[in-house]
Design a protein around this ligand. Structure first.
Ligand SMILES: [Zn+2]
Length: 441
């Protein structure tokens, strides 16, 4: 051991002598003076965030700009972990019409970074039969981190009778595929089922139990043979997730109190998580306002993003967060519901926080003040006075979105040393300039 250490020391000295490069600064990227909100670490204060090698290196007051390759002044803005959207649809590109394994899904990179989202969970577009095609076409190619809930239907979330086919709901086969991709397949989804049977939920729970991951339920048609009360108090396990909590389509609302029915209250008490999943037709003010007045807030905010919801009431995750702030939730609550909370629900507690050593996914948000209108599934409006806008998004330590060019130098400024820029930005460097004689297009 001693000999090995001596050899290494000689090698190091030789390397240092040959290259004679000055050591790199302590941080690749430093965000200075922003208000950091990190629910997992109980931080809600003005602090600096230092990033190195794609990881969070330090969160503290008074870090020195000279210790970073790039320092950005983010005073007046909020610095949060990169947002996690727990319910999205991303299996685009198959060419299949009227299908979430096709035309109804959205290409994630087009909609994530611009709203501070660095991780999405695809909620059941693929099943065990077509997950690998989804992985090849989208998951492995996107810049966004895509985690997946497998549909309990082997063929996935597709048109016609495919989602209703009880013979293609196999918990054992679904679990086998989930177990082959731990940490990527983070849940099981059952959705859009119209029949009277419990089989989709029961098979999903079998798969979730075998693979040790949660089940997310979109409870489909309202059927007296399978009441919501039984789902939340008996069928699901603690740690499973009920999405579309404010839709009102399955008797979520108590007709007398206007708050949540007792199954929702008992379900939460036994550890069921409740997810917003506002979507195209799954969020109503007439439920959400009294629920929240009675203290029944979401565990996680999510969009249920697809080609319809992105252009109707939901729009994007920050719009969803702004809606909940308009109903009285605090900024730190909505940030927690888009970061540490969803990470915990899918048992990926490594994400959604700014702990030292964590992957450096960061959102820098601006809270605009003014008059804003927010709509729901029946196109009624609630007015709000504030709205969150994403200014800067960082994924794996590199800037991937910059609304106002905060990281950029004025075009008249000398370029300076850009040799280490690739350590903090995803933009190509050096950038070709017109006066370099490079043809731009
Ligand atoms: Zn959905």
């Amino acid at each position: 051991m001693k000999k090995l250490m001596a050899c290494s020391a000689v090698a190091l000295l030789t390397a240092a002598g040959a290259n004679a490069q000055p050591p790199l600064p302590a941080y690749d990227l430093l965000l200075r003076g922003g208000h950091v909100i990190d629910a997992k670490n109980h931080i809600d204060a003005v602090m600096d965030v230092g990033i190195k090698d794609g990881k969070i290196a330090k969160v503290a007051k008074g870090l020195n700009a000279a210790d970073a390759i790039k320092a950005i002044d983010v005073r007046g803005l909020y610095v949060t972990p990169g947002l996690i959207d727990l319910h999205t649809h991303n299996y685009v590109g198959t060419g299949e019409k009227n299908s979430y394994a096709g035309d109804l899904s959205v290409q994630p990179d087009g909609f994530t970074f611009r709203s501070g989202v660095t991780t999405v969970v695809d909620a059941g577009c693929s099943g065990w039969r077509n997950f690998e095609d989804f992985k090849d076409k989208i998951v492995d190619r996107a810049k966004t981190r895509i985690l997946v809930m497998l549909n309990i239907v082997g063929k996935g979330m597709r048109s016609g009778n495919i989602q209703q086919d009880l013979t293609d709901m196999d918990g054992e086969e679904t679990a086998k595929t989930a177990l082959r991709y731990p940490g990527v397949i983070v849940g099981i989804k059952t959705a859009h089922f119209n029949g009277p049977e419990w089989k989709p939920v029961e098979q999903a729970v079998i798969a979730g139990t075998r693979a040790n991951i949660p089940v997310m339920v979109d409870f489909g048609a309202d059927r007296p043979t399978r009441p919501l009360y039984d789902l939340l108090t008996q069928k699901l396990r603690p740690g499973d997730i009920y999405t579309h909590m404010y839709s009102g389509l399955r008797h979520e609302q108590d007709p007398v109190t206007k708050g949540p029915q007792k199954g929702m209250i008992e379900g939460r008490a036994r550890g069921i998580y409740f997810d917003a999943g506002t979507g195209g037709g799954s969020f109503k003010w007439s439920l959400a306002v009294p629920f929240i007045q009675q203290g029944f807030k979401p565990d996680s905010l999510s969009t249920d993003l697809h080609v319809d919801s992105m252009n109707s009431a939901t729009k994007d995750l920050l719009n969803v967060a702004s809606k909940f702030m308009a109903m009285g939730l605090s900024l730190s609550e909505v940030v927690a519901e888009m970061t540490a909370h969803p990470a915990h629900e899918i048992r990926r507690d490594d994400l959604g926080n700014l702990s030292v050593g964590s992957v450096a996914d960061v959102a820098v948000l601006r809270l605009e003040k003014g008059k804003f209108g927010f709509t729901d599934m029946v196109n009624t409006r609630l007015d709000g006075k504030q709205k969150l806008v994403d200014e800067l998004t960082i994924k794996d330590g590199k800037i991937v979105y910059d609304l106002n060019g905060m990281e950029a130098l004025p075009w008249t400024a000398p370029e300076g040393d850009i040799s280490n820029d690739k350590r903090w930005t995803s933009w190509p460097r050096p950038k070709p300039r017109p006066d370099d004689g490079v043809k731009l297009h």
